[in-house]
Design a protein around this ligand. Structure first.
Ligand SMILES: Nc1ncnc2c1ncn2[C@@H]1O[C@H](COP(=O)(O)OP(=O)(O)O)[C@@H](O)[C@H]1O
Ligand SMILES: [Mg+2]
Length: 243
């Protein structure tokens, strides 16, 4: 990693600066479907928030914009002070790799890799040599309670263990932001609760976390909730606090 890829250091003022800021961000997919319509959203360092809404309401579209996996059709997205529109694809990838960890409902683990090697892939583009990658992967797996599963392949683990492996991969590079898209969607309630607890623990250590969910019960355990319907943000329990 190089210093030119670092975001601005957090200010020391009373309010931490936003780590993600969307201004009137819209996404129109080819064919003309407006999946996100003028979203204004500001997320501050250290926040833990839920993004809730029914299937098809635009949650994943919003997360993809927040995570710089996609660019808005209009409006702006800033991540750690970088205006996404002003970065080349290469710089954008670098910002994403350095600062953002992703967790998805379907885990996206490589079936042929052991847990430790799956997690180590989270450091592939960080200029870290193979042995250090594996050492840090082992530490990340210990952090998620899987120190005893280092050599297991995905099919040798439960759904909850697979998702915790995916979380270890998301956090192995020390991201400032973790974006989770329906992280408990494929899990039974006990495994899901363990994953939610893990996200709370990560947040307590300072990571900013946004969790997409259509599970109202899960959302109710998080300090801030953003509700989206038909591509529009309809409610934000922290809208006043961050205005
Ligand atoms: N790549 C795409 N191309 C065209 N339409 C899409 C694409 N991705 C999502 N959509 C549409 O955009 C809307 C919002 O989708 P999405 O953001 O995935 O919603 P959610 O995650 O809340 O289920 C849906 O109508 C969906 O069919
Ligand atoms: Mg979705």
């Amino acid at each position: 990693m190089t210093d030119t890829l670092r975001g601005p250091r957090p200010d020391t003022g009373p309010m931490p600066p936003p780590v993600i800021r969307l201004k009137a961000a819209s996404k129109v997919y080819p064919g003309g479907l407006t999946a996100l319509d003028g979203a204004d959203l500001s997320i501050r360092q250290g926040e833990l928030l839920a993004i809730v809404g029914p299937s098809g309401s635009g949650k994943s579209t919003l997360l993809n914009l927040m995570g710089t996996l996609d660019r808005p059709s209009s409006g702006s997205v800033e991540v750690l002070g970088h205006d996404v529109a002003k970065l080349s694809d290469r710089r954008l990838s670098a910002v994403r790799a350095r600062w953002i960890g992703f967790v998805f409902q379907q885990f996206f683990l490589s079936p042929h890799l052991t847990a430790i090697d799956n997690v180590a892939t989270g450091l592939l583009y960080h200029g870290v040599g193979p042995s250090r990658r594996r050492r840090r992967a082992a530490e990340a797996l210990e952090q998620v309670g899987l120190g005893h599963r280092l050599g297991h392949r995905p099919h040798e683990m439960s759904g909850g263990e697979r998702q915790r492996t995916a979380i270890a991969r998301a956090l192995v590079a020390g991201p400032q932001i973790v974006l989770a898209d329906e992280p408990t969607g494929a899990l039974d309630s006990v495994s899901g609760a363990a994953v939610v607890q893990l996200l709370h623990d990560l947040n307590a250590q300072g990571t900013t976390i946004a969790v997409i969910t259509h599970d109202a019960q899960l959302a109710d355990t998080l300090p801030r909730r953003v509700r989206i319907l038909d591509g529009r943000i309809r409610e934000d329990t922290a809208a006043k606090a961050v205005a």
